[in-house]
Design a protein around this ligand. Structure first.
Ligand code: NAD
Ligand code: AKB
Length: 312
């Protein structure tokens, strides 16, 4: 059996912190190297190795992969949808070049598995709004969505051409309590919990009836690990898998929060992120992930809300 040594790039982000901690539980602290542009991370401190590194610096990345005897790479560094619309060139450059750097080095160094997340942001206004299928019309209108869609095809290309085992999931908006989200359109669904606790009110940047696909972080972490641990022959999709957790609108999550904080109120002040949200599907069909590698979510809106308040 190969002794795995994992490099997580973007480990200080919303997903990175929790994924690093989960991988350390499975593979051992010393065998999961966290890395990020940020100098350090309080939540990861003391739990294993941490390297401050820019993934855009290919030489430095290559050196780390060789020096640390890396066998698997999880690439989580990216610019998300809302930040991406403010600086499209930067988003395109970071999202694409980070992936190409990792894929190239992985191919050269015989890394045997790479994980890179895509997003429901690959879908655009012409995709079906309800139960958006795995394969459908995909015409993204944000730079983030374009970069994710192009990235999916690069992953597929490296698999088809060089047999590199790259796996990917189109995450919905992720809700978590450990690490703050980093500039996405779905971030409101995290902010709302903090403001509810601190101020008993929240001003939402999306309209009350904006339904979006969402998922609680424990489900997303489990999905990632289950996908990566699935036998190779079960992975039929080499672009990225749709997965689904729940769908709700700001009005619905607000009324769920009210069950825990009766004085809570919400108001709506839509901004440029409304247009991004309107371009995405409201719900996702994940039947292919279910049948290929047995995906199933654990959390709905009610259970997630309870758990968020228990932990915050
Ligand atoms: P995040 O913004 O919270 O974290 C990204 C991390 O990458 C940050 O810690 C940042 O410092 C780091 N980073 C940025 N540029 C870097 C560079 N040049 N070199 C090294 N590190 C760099 O993002 P996240 O929410 O954790 O998302 C992780 C991945 O999952 C991204 O690819 C994102 O597109 C995808 N995704 C996230 C969500 C979500 O709701 N969080 C949904 C769909 C897809
Ligand atoms: C974002 O809103 O940009 C992310 C995503 C759905 O990819 N949360």
């Amino acid at each position: 059996m190969i002794k795995e040594k994992i490099l997580v790039i973007g480990a200080s982000g919303q997903i990175g912190v929790e994924l690093t901690l989960a991988l350390r539980k499975i593979y051992g602290n010393a065998n999961v190297v966290a890395s990020d542009l940020r100098e350090e991370n309080d939540l990861l401190k003391g739990s294993g190795p941490y390297v401050s590194m820019d993934v855009m610096n290919k030489e430095m990345l290559h050196v780390q992969v060789i020096r640390q005897n890396i066998t698997q790479i999880y690439l989580l560094a990216a610019i998300l949808s809302a930040t991406g619309e403010k600086n499209p060139n930067l988003a395109w450059s970071i999202n694409m070049q980070s992936l190409l750097n990792v894929l190239d080095i992985a191919k050269e160094e015989k890394i045997h598995k790479v994980y890179w997340p895509s997003s429901v942001a690959v879908f655009g206004p012409t995709s079906p709004k309800q139960n958006c299928p795995q394969q459908t019309i995909i015409e993204p209108t944000t730079v983030y969505g374009i970069s994710k869609y192009a990235g999916e095809f690069w992953c597929n290309y490296y698999y088809q051409r060089w047999g590199l085992d790259v796996r990917s999931i189109r995450y919905p908006g992720l809700i978590s309590y450990k690490s703050a989200p980093g500039g996405g359109t779905t971030d409101y669904a995290v902010e709302i919990f903090h403001d509810a606790l601190e101020e008993k009110r929240y001003e939402c940047f999306l309209q009350e009836d904006t339904y979006l696909p969402m998922m609680y972080m424990p489900d997303a972490i489990r999905a990632t690990i289950e996908l990566m641990e699935a036998p190779e022959e079960k992975i039929r999709i080499r672009t990225a898998y749709n997965i689904s957790g729940m769908s709700f609108s700001p009005k619905e999550i607000a009324s769920e929060i009210k069950k825990h904080i009766p004085a809570f109120t919400i108001s709506y002040q839509p901004d440029y992120r409304q247009q991004i949200a309107d371009s995405w599907p409201q719900s996702i069909d994940d039947s292919v992930a279910r049948s290929d590698w047995g995906w199933r979510e654990d959390y709905d809106l009610e259970r997630m809300t309870r758990d968020m308040f228990e932990n915050l």
